[in-house]
Ligand binder design. Structure first.
Ligand code: 5GP
Length: 198
């Protein structure tokens, strides 16, 4: 990483993780609107696009072979398998942010957060948490499109992810997503403090 001496340690990286159903994408989108100096890291994934998702904007949608090729040539900063699909952060995202003088915001899972922590110890890592486990269960059920068994399974997975994230010691800041505005405010403040310390 020659030529990036000032950023060794990854102080220009912000990682946001949180269990499924906690509303982290909503928080992330609102934070990005508030902070022009932040760039959203567009991950590569093998999962199929959902309705309304755009290739190159939400994700780079790739085949397994393309993903493996990218990983094989050292093109990913971190990667993980989530619910049977592959996800990874392209090195090119970091390079583009650095070229533009922006901080890079990664919305990734806990396995990815741990890899970033090892490689870039100066990254700011934030965990978005629900106000309570009961609230999380209600939010997962509230989508209303799934069977009770599916909701129970998703809740168990989300609870495990929360436990693993807390035990990892990687997330030095937790933000409770009770009221959206408040959560956004908290994340923005953490980023601004972090930026000042760089
Ligand atoms: P979804 O398929 O719902 O968009 O994302 C599923 C999970 O994968 C979420 O927890 C999301 O944060 C995570 N994720 C998205 N992109 C990446 C990535 O590049 N790396 C890792 N490790 N996780 C990712």
């Amino acid at each position: 990483m020659s030529g990036h001496k000032d950023q060794v340690g990854g102080a220009d990286l912000v990682v946001i993780s949180g269990p499924s159903g906690v509303g982290k994408s909503t928080v992330v989108h609102a934070v990005l609107e508030r902070e022009p100096g932040l760039r959203f890291s567009v991950s590569a994934t093998t999962r199929a696009p959902r309705q309304g998702e755009q290739d190159g904007v939400d994700y780079h949608f790739v085949t397994r072979a393309e993903f493996e090729k990218l990983r094989g040539r050292g093109g990913l900063i971190e990667h993980a398998e989530v619910f049977g699909e592959l996800y990874g952060t392209p090195v090119a995202q970091l390079e583009a942010a650095r070229q533009a003088g922006q901080m890079l915001l990664l919305e990734i899972d806990v396995q990815g957060g741990m890899q970033i922590c090892r490689k870039f110890p100066a990254a700011l890592e934030i965990l978005i948490v629900p106000p309570s486990l009961e609230a999380l269960r209600e939010r997962l059920a509230g989508r209303g499109t799934e069977t009770a068994a599916a909701v129970a399974r998703r809740f168990a997975e989300a609870e495990t992810e929360l436990t693993v994230a807390r035990r990892s010691g990687v997330y030095t800041s937790e933000v409770v997503n009770d009221k959206l505005e408040r959560a956004v405010e908290d994340v923005v403040r953490l980023i601004e403090n972090h930026r000042r310390k760089r």
